[in-house]
Design a binder for this molecule. Sequence first.
Ligand SMILES: Nc1ncnc2c1ncn2[C@@H]1O[C@H](COP(=O)(O)OP(=O)(O)OP(=O)(O)O)[C@@H](O)[C@H]1O
Length: 332
Amino acid sequence: MAPVIQAETLRKTYRIRQQRPGLGHALRALVRPDWIERAALDGISFNIEQGAIAGLMGANGAGKSTLIKLLVGIMPRDGGTLTVAGLDPFRQRRHYVQRIGVVFGQRSNLLWDLSVVESFELHRAVFGVTRADYERRLAELTELFELGELLHQPARTLSLGQTMRCAVAQVLLQQPDILFLDEPTIGLDVVSVERLGQALKRLNAAFDTTIVITSHDLAVIEDICTQVILLEDGRILFDGTAHAAVERYGRYRRLRFVFPPGADIEAAATFLQGRGVAVTIDGPELCGVVDAEAGMVGICAALVDEMTRRHALAEFFVEKPSLKEVILHAYR
Ligand SMILES: Nc1ncnc2c1ncn2[C@@H]1O[C@H](COP(=O)(O)OP(=O)(O)OP(=O)(O)O)[C@@H](O)[C@H]1O
């Protein structure tokens, strides 16, 4: 089966007006402005299969939002080819929008003073969903997204997490083939992130809906995505499963030291940093991710040995790090 999304040497360049300091430059720029070009997507190629949950990841400015804008058809590409569900998202936008659901961050189409179900009714009318399809779909989505009594509340009374679940359910009313979510987890607490993630998984399992999601919350990507595309400076650094990403960066190990009450964890952290280990402190625990490509056992053993001699430890563990840790380490 052909992939539902196919991108070949996809390119997007922004023209940026240069403003040099000084009155002379400002006056000259009025007559002959200085432009430079910046490639936000530098000829990237990838496929996404029908029924995948694909996570787009990358640091700020990596090109995730630009890619989502090309995928949903609100911006033209400058080069390469892009086919989604057999259509060109930008050139065939009128047909295309019927096939996709899009939620950008916290911009929902729920109307503030109306109850959620009233906003859903308006959406039904705009997208021409038949009454019978709407009733069936509403029942399915109420269960999948745990909407229950939220449906009868005015949108302004919902929490951020509840708003996001309702906003996503709303765009699913017209049963799109593909759902695009740009940073849906911003501002959500961990419980809301988990609830949204589980709802998306249920949706995907029940209807084989392809989902493309960008998030800085790597835990959500690791939990729900079947494919991870990692962007850096407009290029693809990694494209594969979350599991493969961990395997690829499998040479990393997490050293986790647990300290007794009153221990000087900061001093221990400084010591590890001095050995080139990236560390985080969480309560009585100090974690360091070690790049131990060659001689993994020896490097970990030497660090543990030095730590036990210098500091009073309650326990220590050598573990495989999460996707989040290895990616963050790879960025450094
Ligand atoms: N409208 C624009 N005009 C000029 N440059 C832009 C524009 N939009 C984005 N860029 C530049 O293109 C690059 C990619 O930006 P993009 O917003 O796609 O990244 P991102 O990965 O979504 O980042 P973030 O996580 O911060 O949202 C950046 O260097 C950015 O400064």
